[in-house]
Design a protein around this ligand. Structure first.
Ligand SMILES: [Ca+2]
Ligand SMILES: [Ca+2]
Length: 176
């Protein structure tokens, strides 16, 4: 595995292990969903429910692929090995989570997310606000509006690593 992809996977692992106990488990996903929904003020909306569902679906897919011994916990090495397999099916397994996340951030549903909306959601999953702001500027080339298409391209790039030159996508979750 390339060094860059490895760094990105380590970054993802550290964010997903939101309670910091060294393994990824269902409680991390519950905590993350709750934080994001609270930050977006969508705790009791259809949009919020869609996001929470997408997050649990992602967790189930990850568990099925990664949790070889079936104890419900995924350590860093299991995560690294499984993510490549999950990411092959980005559109069906991972994509829906990012779509739901984008919709959550897109308060007025016009298909565009502003910087503050973006930073709010990323800060809720543990990305420092300054790094999230820099990521937003990179993804949007300073245009101030992030389109759903650009966000989905960047999130797929983050996992698939098909275009090493797409620097903005590598920084999707902050500095590596
Ligand atoms: Ca954990
Ligand atoms: Ca919008």
């Amino acid at each position: 595995m390339g060094a860059l992809l490895n760094q990105k996977y380590e970054k993802l692992f550290s964010l997903l292990d939101i309670n910091g106990d060294g393994v990824i488990a269902e409680d991390d996903f519950e905590l993350m969903a709750n934080r994001v929904l609270a930050a977006a003020n969508e705790e009791r909306t259809a949009k919020g429910q869609k996001y929470a569902d997408a997050m649990m679906n992602y967790w189930r897919a990850l568990r099925e692929t990664a949790d070889v011994d079936g104890d419900g916990r995924i350590d860093q090495e299991e995560f690294r090995q499984a993510l490549g397999r999950v990411s092959v099916n980005f559109d069906t397994l991972v994509g829906p989570l990012y779509q739901a996340g984008f919709q959550l951030a897109d308060r007025d549903d016009d298909g565009l997310v502003g910087k503050q909306e973006f930073v709010t959601v990323l800060a809720a999953i543990g990305v420092p606000a300054t790094e999230a702001g820099a990521t937003f500027d990179g993804l949007t080339e300073q245009s101030g509006q992030l389109s759903k298409e650009r966000f989905m391209t960047a999130s797929a790039q983050y996992y698939r690593n098909e275009d090493p030159a797409d620097n903005a996508s590598h920084l999707l979750f902050g500095a590596l």
